[in-house]
Design a protein around this ligand. Structure first.
Ligand code: R5P
Length: 336
């Protein structure tokens, strides 16, 4: 007996763009896994279409089961699924949906993966470990996905793990605009580690602000240490920016180091992906943050936690634009 996980309703989107206006002559179908129904519905609303109907279930032993409830033969299929927690279930469901579409003779399968799980495992670091990001990319392609769209993926290296086109779009302009009226002119953007510097520079360009960098060392999956900061943060309100918040360890340790270096307790955090394992948000709020701004790449509910306000900016318009351009045969360069 199968235990239902979820089901969404659907529609084809031939009406979205008449063939004459697109490079795509095949009909288009938007399908969503169970990773982020609110975002899928918001993207569907932006595009003016329903989400295709599919059955998403799990066997009692944990195996995934999916079934397409409408035909995809000759269709352009857009598959929406973040591989966020439960990472393995969501990844497997994405692969299963792609395989179902491939076997049902879809013309082209585009995966829109708003959060790409395992992205941080992009090298071996001299140890006998797998490169999970590369493995995930191989699985996605093997399942028959022809093209991939990601959002603020952890590292551009990932593009190289694919032999199919990958377009990475960014939520930085959306988040930066949402922050513009909330931050003061003397704010400094803080990269919580050297890896986040590229992202921090993008925020800095959008907001016309300087950048400081924390030099982070990771001891374990949950323990990090910031030994020094490059940049003058003393007396300046800080905006800590990162691609994701998982346990909150990176953000919390950065805040500790910033306050120790003389920054006032007027600290904001912006991150694209609210992975937020249980307890993370409470720990971050306890660290004395004023505001946390994230996107809905992973389902998250805005709320207040003590002094901290968690706000959410939707990436639905951005991803809808990316999908529209893709179907039009246009460039996604401006969104990257
Ligand atoms: C690391 O390189 C990432 O960009 C994030 O800084 C990190 O993954 C956040 O994880 P956590 O919240 O567990 O410190």
């Amino acid at each position: 007996m199968l235990a239902p996980v979820s089901e969404v309703t659907s529609s084809r989107v031939e009406t979205l763009m008449p063939p004459a206006e697109t490079h795509v002559s095949a009909p288009v179908l938007l399908l969503a896994g169970s990773g982020n129904h609110p975002l899928a519905n918001a993207i569907g609303a932006e595009l003016g279409v329903r989400i295709g109907s599919c059955t998403l279930e799990r066997f009692p032993d944990g195996e995934s089961f999916v079934a397409l409830n409408e035909g995809v033969r000759g269709h352009e299929v857009i598959l929406l699924q973040p591989t966020s927690p439960p990472v393995n279930d969501n990844l497997m469901q994405l692969l299963a949906l792609a395989d179902a579409c491939r076997h049902a003779a879809a013309e082209r399968i585009v995966a829109v993966i708003p959060y790409f799980g395992y992205a941080r495992s992009d090298r071996r670091d001299g140890r006998r470990t797998p490169v999970m990001a590369s493995l995930a990319a191989t699985l996605v392609q093997t399942a028959g996905i022809d093209q991939v769209v990601t959002l603020d993926v952890h590292t551009p290296t990932i593009e190289g793990f694919f032999r199919v086109p990958v377009d990475n779009v960014t939520a930085v302009p959306l988040l930066a605009e949402a922050l513009r009226s909330r931050i003061s002119a003397d704010t400094i953007i803080v990269a919580p580690d050297v890896g986040a510097l590229r992202l921090a520079n993008r925020y800095a360009r959008h907001l016309g602000l300087p950048v400081a960098v924390c030099h982070k060392q990771r001891m374990t999956a949950t323990e990090v240490n910031v030994a020094r900061i490059t940049g003058d943060v003393a007396g300046r309100p800080c905006l800590v920016v990162d691609d994701m918040i998982t346990t909150g360890g990176t953000v919390i340790e950065s805040i500790r180091a910033l306050i120790e270096a003389g920054a006032p307790k007027e600290i904001r955090v912006a991150a694209t992906h609210a992975v937020l394992v249980p307890g993370a948000l409470e720990r971050i709020a306890d660290a004395g943050i004023e505001e946390i701004l994230v996107t809905d790449s992973i389902p998250v509910v805005p709320r207040r936690l003590g002094r901290a306000q968690l706000d959410v900016v939707s990436v639905a318009p951005l991803l809808a634009t990316a999908i529209r351009r893709l179907l039009d045969g246009g460039s996604l360069r401006e969104l990257a």
